[in-house]
Write a protein that binds this ligand. Structure first.
Ligand SMILES: Nc1ncnc2c1ncn2[C@@H]1O[C@H](COP(=O)(O)OP(=O)(O)OP(=O)(O)O)[C@@H](O)[C@H]1O
Length: 276
């Protein structure tokens, strides 16, 4: 694979793949236990971007991601994909979960095939897709195994293959590597990056790890404390493919410091609001 091919396809003149504007999510609205989780969150995302979302604990990151997947009721705001307003889940998006969310009674093959079966795809098509993504995530020979027979890293490979198999335009990843050991995590970061570039996907990724966000993203959306909103966008101007050497660049450390400063500021605000 030539390096030039492995660059995110981000062209400012390109039409956004996703726009969300002034999203508000209020849980238990009108009840005494009402929680204003998301407040006027907005951003524009272009095809081929790898976007990370970073913010203090409990600021509404997962709420934002689930809302973009169409799983939360919006109190107000709009989500557009390819210029078209969407109001619920759709085949243009797929989610990768922190806890893998695999069906324990199904084999690796069946877990990956699940979404394709729901879509009513023919058997031969399903077989071809499932085996393709099993190869792509390095799980050859494991198609007949059950989730309990796999390590955490392997389980998440299944989660990733399942998301890719339905061929969404946008992958929504909610802390996908946080339950995986450090060494496997670094390997999987590089693999996901390569996979999304080869398969030309757009990724929206939540993480608590500043290092992970800077390493993977071409842009980071920084959120405030709850009610969370996107206050700043940080462009990570470092070419892909990124390798372990990338982490030694002074620029890399500067980006990390900027994200860290933002987080420190927000955590201080959280203390002042008496929420920690
Ligand atoms: N279903 C729900 N009902 C009521 N409140 C909720 C619900 N889901 C989340 N919340 C609240 O909304 C706020 C935002 O939660 P969310 O999980 O989106 O934050 P987060 O930034 O992803 O958190 P973390 O960093 O801990 O993963 C929190 O105060 C949380 O308790």
């Amino acid at each position: 694979m030539e390096q030039a091919q492995l660059q995110p396809r981000v062209h400012p003149q390109e039409t956004p793949i996703m726009e969300f504007s002034r999203l508000n999510v209020i849980y238990n609205e009108g009840q005494p236990n009402q929680v204003h989780a998301l407040k006027d969150a907005s951003a524009v995302i272009y095809p081929g971007e790898f976007i990370s979302i970073i913010g203090p604990s409990g600021c509404g990151k997962s709420t934002l991601l689930h809302t973009l997947d169409g799983l939360n009721r919006l109190s107000s705001g709009k989500i557009r994909i390819d210029g078209r307003e969407v109001n619920g889940p759709g085949g243009d998006r797929a989610m990768v979960f922190q806890d893998f969310a695999l069906m324990p009674w199904h084999t690796v093959y069946e877990n990956i095939a699940f979404g394709l079966r729901l879509e009513g795809k023919p058997k031969s098509y399903i077989r071809e897709k499932v085996m393709h993504y099993i190869r792509m995530v390095g799980l050859e020979g494991f198609d007949g195994k059950y989730p309990h027979q796999l390590s955490g890293g392997m389980k998440q490979r299944v989660g990733i293959a399942r998301a890719f198999a339905v061929e969404p335009k946008i992958l929504l990843m909610d802390e996908p590597f946080s339950a995986i050991d450090e060494q496997t995590r670094e390997i999987m970061q590089e693999e996901v990056l390569k996979l999304m570039l080869i398969e030309k996907k757009t990724v929206i990724f939540i993480t608590h790890s500043i290092d992970e966000a800077v390493f993977l993203s071409n842009r980071i959306l920084l959120m405030t404390v709850r009610p969370g909103t996107v206050v700043e966008e940080l462009e990570i101007d470092i070419p892909y493919p990124r390798t372990l050497e990338t982490k030694l660049l002074p620029k890399y450390q500067e980006y990390k410091s900027r994200v860290w400063d933002h987080l420190k500021g927000e955590v201080k605000r959280q203390y002042q609001k008496g929420e920690v």
